[in-house]
Ligand binder design. Structure first.
Ligand SMILES: O=C(O)c1cc(=O)[nH]c(=O)n1[C@@H]1O[C@H](COP(=O)(O)O)[C@@H](O)[C@H]1O
Length: 236
């Protein structure tokens, strides 16, 4: 299947004016913006609404709690109408299934429901990090295990690194939406990310979306950095 890999800019900041500035500047150069924990805790949900005006929104709050609490939390976020939103796959089958039901109730027939993404293994984790928390598997094995569980339970897609796209497609086919952070254009710092690939490598591997934060927001010219990534995706 031919896919165009789309770019999400992660606007990670505690400043409402900074996020608004980036959102405005990047309007024509990214496919979506992501607002996450830092921005939402610092600036609140009204600011999420304001900043995401005119953009497709990935609201990344990575919910992880008992099924009732996560489902209720997702219902409360529904008015923000994100295109994509996250829970942790490690919350398990019931948490994921109740989340899906909550979104379906909040978006009855005809309304476009946010895609429910299950975060598998954070891209900042490697095999040693998994060992430390008692998971005796490689990141790839654990991503595939959690990915199967999450899609079976009702998630629309998964957050994974680009290294796991091929095994996930083998296990689950083309339908799940694969959203891929841990993206670093050649020559940029990896920061705290461990399982990384370049935009072109992730596109060739079959990512539906890539998520890029600091390589855009910390660049001397964020618009130029986003354009370069879009060009790299187009060339892949
Ligand atoms: O769910 C996510 O978006 C996410 C999952 C993951 O495994 N790794 C990961 O980096 N992210 C997010 O993707 C963004 C990556 O930012 P940069 O490392 O600055 O490009 C951050 O906002 C993270 O919260």
């Amino acid at each position: 299947m031919l896919r165009r890999t789309k770019l999400i800019a992660a606007l990670d900041t505690a400043s409402r004016s900074q996020a608004l500035h980036w959102a405005e500047k990047l309007k024509d150069d990214v496919d979506a913006i992501k607002l996450g924990l830092e921005f939402t805790y610092a600036c609140g949900l009204d600011a999420v609404k304001t900043v995401s005006e005119g953009h497709k929104l990935f609201l990344d709050l990575k919910l992880h709690d008992i099924p009732h609490t996560v489902a209720s939390g997702l219902s409360a976020l529904a008015p923000l109408r994100p295109a994509l939103t996250t829970i942790h796959a490690s919350g398990g089958t019931e948490m994921i299934a109740r989340s899906r039901e909550a979104l379906e109730r909040a978006f009855p027939d005809g309304m476009e429901r946010p895609r429910l993404l299950a975060v598998t293994v954070l891209t900042s984790m490697n095999a040693a990090g998994l060992q430390e928390i008692g998971v005796d598997a490689t990141p790839q094995e654990q991503v595939v295990r959690l990915g199967k569980l999450a899609i079976r339970a009702g998630a629309d897609g998964l957050v994974c690194s680009a290294h796991e796209i091929a095994p996930l497609r083998d296990a689950l086919g083309d339908a799940p939406v694969l959203v891929v952070p841990g993206i670093r254009p050649a020559g940029t710092a990896s920061d705290d990310q461990k399982r990384i690939m370049t935009p072109a490598q992730a596109a060739r591997a079959g990512a539906d979306w890539i998520v890029v934060g600091r390589p855009i927001t910390k660049a001397a010219d964020p618009v130029q950095a986003a354009r370069a990534i879009m060009d790299e995706l187009a060339g892949a």
